[in-house]
Design a protein around this ligand. Structure first.
Ligand code: SF4
Length: 432
């Protein structure tokens, strides 16, 4: 395994396709045709990968319940990278998803040493005002980890199923890692699974829109969701070559397996720790039966969470965006004029001289100004395609592009900051 994903560090992933091979993330292209009104990030392949997103496209098509969930660690200014996650949450909310947003104050306290007061202030003043200003509706659920009994209780239950070796393999934790940091990893899993608790309507497909660096949380949570469940369904082949399904339930309470045997489709044979089901390959119906029985016997019947993965924006000066280099990113609370100046200083994919640019064309794929247009500032795909092709053909020059991007960025921030002030008066609608 060559690519290291670290949710608390900075990651520069050169080749996203490696993530398909190394981590089993699937290409998003496979799901694209299933979505009637795809988000700009889907159309433009900014969202490049997914796990189990078929559950979400099915729910959107069938009008059945699904949820979208993501969290923000309140440790600094919210920038355009955070806006991407907010945009994706809001889009799923508009598509009918029940939306959850967690402010990861326990994580910020454990990992970054932030005080609880700072966490609250940054959580609201940076992140939540922008989330509401961007269009998050009050039907969604916003909470702070430290104030959610559901999340704290579920963290404890998940902690029973997670061990140090597993956390160490996924996150690279060692002997020096403090316990609260480990707990905060499991708390993220509780955040992700919370939408499936009975308080919120029980098990349902839940998508977590993230940057690829957050995949360790998704992998940990998918594993824990399986471990929390009472039953496991396996395909088996008998000595006579007959295929059948088997429901394993070692930790199921007394009577639960017998109930599965009673309700399962096909012919069943009950054993001490499993039920064999013959004469059917109807996995979906059996899964429904198993989930219903688990819920009736006090389990959670979690579905493994789905995820979408988006590309990172590069820093405005090339390389990575870094919170310690203000010129490398634009915060949603930056003064619009300052943000416009940052855009004008940004690294482009232009050639050294105008003559070269005319002759060879520019390199939009290596241009941070083009990235701003692609990710945030040009809604119309045709307009964007025109800029791209004019750049490649040497008909577009960096000065013109920068002016366009700077003007739109300043305009966006001005309007966004006005909406943030209106959001401040609406916080009580969101229970804040
Ligand atoms: Fe980037 Fe525009 Fe220059 Fe092309 S012309 S390299 S898109 S700034």
């Amino acid at each position: 395994m060559n690519t290291k994903l670290d949710p608390w560090g900075s990651v520069n992933i050169e080749d996203y396709s490696k993530l398909f091979e190394e981590f089993g993330i699937l290409p998003f292209e496979d799901r694209y045709s299933e979505i009637s009104n795809p988000h700009m990030y889907m159309r433009r392949k900014v969202i490049f990968g997914h796990r189990s997103y078929d559950l979400i496209t099915d729910a959107m098509k069938n009008g059945t319940p699904f949820a979208v969930m993501s969290g923000f660690m309140p440790s600094g200014k919210v920038h355009l990278g955070g806006k991407m996650v907010m945009d994706e949450i809001i889009w799923h909310q508009q598509m009918g998803g029940n939306a959850f947003v967690g402010i990861a104050d326990r994580e910020a306290h454990a990992v970054r040493g932030m005080s609880w007061k700072e966490c609250r202030e940054i959580g609201i003043n940076e992140y939540l005002l922008s989330l509401i200003a961007l269009g998050f509706e009050p039907e969604g659920y916003i909470y702070f980890q430290s104030e959610s009994d559901n999340v704290k209780d579920l963290t404890f239950e998940l902690g029973v199923k997670a061990n140090f070796s597993e956390l160490s393999a996924i996150y690279g934790f060692g002997g020096e890692t403090n316990i609260a940091h480990m707990i905060s990893a499991v708390t993220q899993s509780a955040d992700i699974l919370q939408p499936q608790l009975s308080d919120f309507g029980g098990p349902k497909p839940t998508v977590i829109p993230v940057g690829a660096d957050q995949d360790p949380h998704i992998r940990l949570t998918r594993g824990l969701a399986h471990k929390m469940n009472m039953f496991k369904i396996e395909g088996r082949v008998g000595s006579n070559g007959e295929k059948y399904l088997s429901v394993r339930g070692k930790s199921a309470p007394e009577g639960a397996l017998a109930e599965v045997a009673e309700r399962a489709p096909g012919e069943t044979k009950l054993f001490e720790a499993h039920v064999d089901v013959f004469g059917t390959d109807d996995y979906i119906t059996l899964l429904d039966v198993v989930r219903c029985v688990e819920l009736e016997f006090g389990g959670c019947a979690f579905m493994p969470p789905a995820a979408t993965y988006h590309r990172f924006m590069s820093g405005l000066q090339g390389g990575k965006m870094s919170s310690s280099i203000p010129d490398s990113y634009i915060a949603l609370t930056d003064e619009p004029e300052n943000a416009a100046k940052k855009v004008k200083r940004a690294k482009t994919g232009g050639r050294v001289t105008l003559e070269e640019q005319k002759k060879l064309g520019g390199e939009p794929d290596r241009c941070s100004v083009y990235e701003l247009l692609l990710f945030h500032l040009v809604e119309d795909d045709n307009e964007l395609a025109e800029i791209y092709s004019e750049c490649l053909n040497g008909k577009c020059f960096c000065g013109r592009c920068k002016s366009l991007a700077a003007e739109r960025m300043a305009g966006f921030l001005k309007e966004h900051q006005e909406l943030r002030e209106l959001a401040r008066d609406r916080l009580d609608e969101y229970g804040l």
